[in-house]
Ligand binder design. Structure first.
Ligand code: A2R
Length: 311
């Protein structure tokens, strides 16, 4: 059986399907680098440069997640190696996470829940009023597969939808060629671009200050898209009102300053983290690897590698 290198964790179902067709080696153990033909990894761990270098016969790296900024796709393409990811199957889940972050932030549900649970309601009386999440002006940074799903769900909340991407899309929302302009025009920004160098710190001090003291920043993309140090300062100085974050620059580390703020909602990168969606993602990862074994083709190559996929 061909040799597969496993980087990071995989689900039991993935392991069971893969073990029928591959000899699985775990990174961290001794593994026969020359024999490795396939790699399974995830969006967080990617494929370390040393592994890429050692596994010269690897033909496919299949990543469990839609974002693949932790994989050097240029290096993979240069040696004819296919990289796959798991687009589409997580659109609805990540969009739901974005909406829940927005609702939780506006409606103050975390402190309301603590108020109910702690007995403060009986002891001290009613919880303070919160902000309505309905009818808000919402700017989506990145209107791709997930961004569009977020826009669809926002319609239930009568949102006035704006967006910023590098090129306008054929959608009935207000396009802003300039991100600072969009930040001035909206009350909420939801980040859902890919990570990587091209989007690093797109949300900088200027954008946060344009969003303003009543503005809310939501990030369900990658921690790298937001300048986290500038975010802490903007929140501390009252230049930005609120933040609701599922992703961070140094995961799993979250700055202590953010943990201590009551105007911030924090999640441990669970955007796609349900049994159902992770199962769908896991199946797609395995389908990519088995398809390559059986036909030489993969199912969902990342765009940079699509030309390497035999037709
Ligand atoms: O810029 P465009 O027209 O290519 O639109 C894409 C936009 N985008 C950007 N927008 C502004 N500045 C940039 N430098 C920039 N780069 C890309 O992000 C497009 O509208 C969107 C990405 O959409 P998809 O490729 O369909 O990605 P998907 O499946 O929605 O996932 C987005 C990200 C993943 O890469 C993970 O990092 C995260 O969500 O879970």
């Amino acid at each position: 059986m061909p040799d597969l290198l496993q980087i990071g964790g995989i689900t039991g179902d993935m392991r069971a399907r893969l073990a029928e067709r591959f000899t699985i080696h775990q990174m961290g153990d001794d593994y026969p680098a020359d024999a490795i033909t396939h790699i399974v990894t995830n969006g967080h761990d990617g494929v370390p440069a040393a592994v890429l270098e050692a596994c010269q016969n690897a033909k496919v790296a299949a990543s469990y997640g839609v974002g693949y900024d932790a994989i050097d796709t240029n290096a993979c393409v240069a040696r004819g190696m296919l990289v796959t990811h798991t687009p589409d199957v997580l659109n609805q889940e990540v969009a739901t996470t974005a909406i829940m972050l927005m609702l939780t932030s506006f409606r103050n549900f975390l402190s309301d829940e603590a108020h109910a649970r702690s007995g403060a309601w009986e002891r001290d009386g009613n919880a303070p009023l919160s902000r309505s999440a309905d009818g808000r002006r919402v700017g989506i940074l990145g209107l791709g597969r997930i961004g569009q799903a977020i826009a669809d769900k926002l319609k239930a909340f009568d949102a006035d939808i704006h967006y910023h991407t590098r090129s306008p899309k054929d959608v009935p929302y207000t396009y802003h060629a300039d991100l600072v302009d969009m930040a001035r025009a909206v009350e909420v920004i939801i980040c859902i671009t890919p990570g990587g160098a091209a989007t690093r710190h797109l949300i900088n001090r200027e954008v946060m200050e344009a969003l303003g003291p009543d503005g809310t920043l939501i990030n369900v993309s990658r921690g790298s898209v937001v300048d986290e140090a500038a975010l802490v300062t903007a929140l501390q100085d009252g230049k930005l009102g609120y933040a609701a974050l599922d992703v961070f620059e140094q995961e799993p580390k979250i700055p202590d300053a953010l943990k201590s703020m009551s105007n911030v909602v924090l999640l441990p990168h669970v955007g796609s983290g349900t049994h159902e969606t992770r199962a769908a993602m896991g199946n797609l990862v395995v389908d990519n690897l088995l398809s390559h074994l059986d036909t030489g083709r993969v199912v969902t190559p990342v765009p940079e590698c699509a030309h390497l996929n035999p037709s």
